[in-house]
Write a protein of this length. Structure first.
Lengths: 282, 231
């Protein structure tokens, strides 16, 4: 290549990178820290463009798991958080790092396992099932990543009075999809949100053994970021997104999501309710 | 097995249909990785020449550091570049985290030691007698370096291929500093991880095929240039 051609190529590349950036919406982008399930389920693919159209904000969705998204928002590295770990969320609210927690929707977790069901948990209450798995030493795959799902699992072990440790307890360190794959491969029990389970039905042969118990509720909330967390927090944009998530029109859209693909909705909208009311619905 | 066949079939279907999202992802991957390779060349070639031809204290230590850096784990680069670019970080004012520019930056950090290291080896491979002869013939230092680099063009093109190959296929840094944002920073590798975690294995396989085809085409182009000029 001649030097001139190299120069032309280089300037083309630089222009190519910069031009798409300058095309951003005029309002400061909103950084949304959220859990992988909202992205993997396709919820955000529907809601984010809707929000961008309504408000003129552009959204940068960082889908990383609840532990990390709360940590990012708590540091002011994000402007709003959409998560599903009530206990952890309350901690951030108590510390004053995050504000104005509002319920958005819920679905539920299910405990799945090998059809042979060596721990005989089918139809049990969730905590009894965990106890049976733990005391019998049946294989169980844990996310082990401080995600919302992992937090529910930890809460259930606590309820069951079991300290999960030993060869039977496998920590995958992966997202829900990867964890389901490992559980299937090892014929192990695991806990999963229903939306991901539905998405993986083609690949995972483990049936649902426990469902419908109150501790298995998977409640999603939206949390705003305290402007004091950092100088560049987009407070207005974060609040706009939080307001959008609980707005009646958005809630109507949430209700229909997944019906076409899975024959049942992935989430139940619950804006305006408190936790006790959500439980009573089940 | 039918999953693989279905994935490959879908890959060509996607290419043929000109799916806008896939095209954007392909284009972004190519753009970001070529830009970062270009940046790595701008940094790595002069640095490599200085390390190869210069004589100064600590030179050996620096070369060792560069050689070690050729195996810099992308996820380590991703972590440190993210922290630097955080709003609360030293470069937070730039507000480039979760943009393609951030990915270019992180990938340039990954590719630079590779280009530098191969440049050092390539330049040192040119016999010293040749350099002395050039200087004896009255070449200035800059002219000498230029001729030496031309002489070493075969391994220099290998440096480009190695640098590009490293960044187009990395995932850790792109995911961390880019955020895998749909329509903005989703590259072929991050999209593959996402589709896999969604359970869309056929889509993931399709993306894998596209990635391999892209890597092959780029290297094919570079090889044609390399071999045409080969002595």
């Amino acid at each position: 290549m001649t030097r001139r051609r190299v120069a032309a190529l280089l300037s083309l590349l630089i222009v190519g990178v910069l031009v798409p950036l300058s095309g951003e919406a005029q309002r400061a982008p909103v950084i949304l820290a959220t859990t992988t399930s909202t992205q993997d389920s396709g919820l955000l693919d529907v809601l984010v463009p809707m929000f961008e159209k309504q408000t003129g904000y552009s959204v940068k969705t960082i889908a990383v798991g609840t532990g990390q998204s709360l940590a990012l928002a708590g540091r002011g590295e994000a402007d709003v958080a959409l998560c599903h770990a009530p206990t952890l969320e309350t901690k951030y609210i108590d510390d004053g790092k995050l504000l104005n927690r509002r319920l958005v929707m819920y679905n539920d977790f299910v405990i799945i396992g090998p059809a042979a069901d060596p721990a005989r948990i089918k139809g049990m209450k969730a905590s009894d099932a965990m106890k049976a798995i733990g005391t019998g030493g049946s294989r169980f795959v844990s996310r082990g990543d401080n995600s919302g799902t992992h937090n529910v699992e930890k809460a259930l072990w606590k309820l069951a009075g079991i300290e999960p440790r030993g060869e039977w307890y496998i920590e995958s360190g992966q997202g829900m999809g990867g964890t389901l794959g490992i559980a299937d491969d090892r014929s192990a029990y695991t806990i999963t949100d229903r939306a991901t389970f539905l998405a993986f039905q083609r690949r995972v042969r483990l049936p649902i053994l426990v469902e419908g118990d109150r501790p298995l509720l998977n409640i999603y909330s939206v949390l705003e970021v305290n402007p004091a967390n950092g100088p560049r927090v987009n407070t207005a944009g974060g609040k706009a997104f939080a307001d959008f998530m609980v707005a009646p029109e958005t809630q109507r859209v949430i209700k229909t999501l997944g019906v076409e693909k899975f024959g049942q909705p992935l989430f139940v909208p619950v804006a305006g309710m408190n936790e006790a009311e959500v439980g009573a619905k089940k | 097995m039918d999953l693989l066949v279905e994935g490959v079939r879908q890959a060509f279907g996607l290419l043929a249909s000109g799916d806008a999202e896939i095209r954007a992802i392909l284009w972004l991957s190519l753009l970001v990785s070529s830009t970062s390779t270009a940046v790595a060349l701008v940094i790595g070639v002069p640095a490599g020449v200085v390390l190869a031809l210069g004589r100064f204290p600590g030179r050996q230590l620096l070369i060792s550091a560069v050689n070690a850096g050729m195996g810099l784990p992308p996820v380590v680069v991703g972590l440190f570049v993210s922290i630097l670019l955080w709003r609360s970080g030293p470069l937070g004012v730039l507000e480039i985290l979760y943009t393609p520019v951030a990915i270019v930056l992180a990938q340039a950090v990954i590719a630079s030691p590779i280009v530098t290291g191969i440049t050092v080896a390539a330049v040192q491979n040119v016999p010293e007698a040749f350099r002395l002869q050039l200087v004896a013939l009255g070449a200035s230092r800059a002219q000498m370096v230029w001729v030496v680099l031309r002489e070493a063009r075969l391994p220099m093109l290998a440096a480009i291929m190695a640098g590009f190959g490293a960044v187009i296929s990395e995932i850790g840094a792109s995911l961390m500093v880019g955020g895998n944002i749909k329509g903005q920073t989703r590259t072929l590798t991050t999209a593959m991880v996402l589709e896999t975690s969604k359970g869309n294995f056929d889509a993931a396989i399709a993306l894998a095929v596209l990635l391999l085809v892209l890597i092959f085409l780029v290297n094919w182009g570079l090889t044609v240039v390399q071999q045409r000029r080969a002595p």
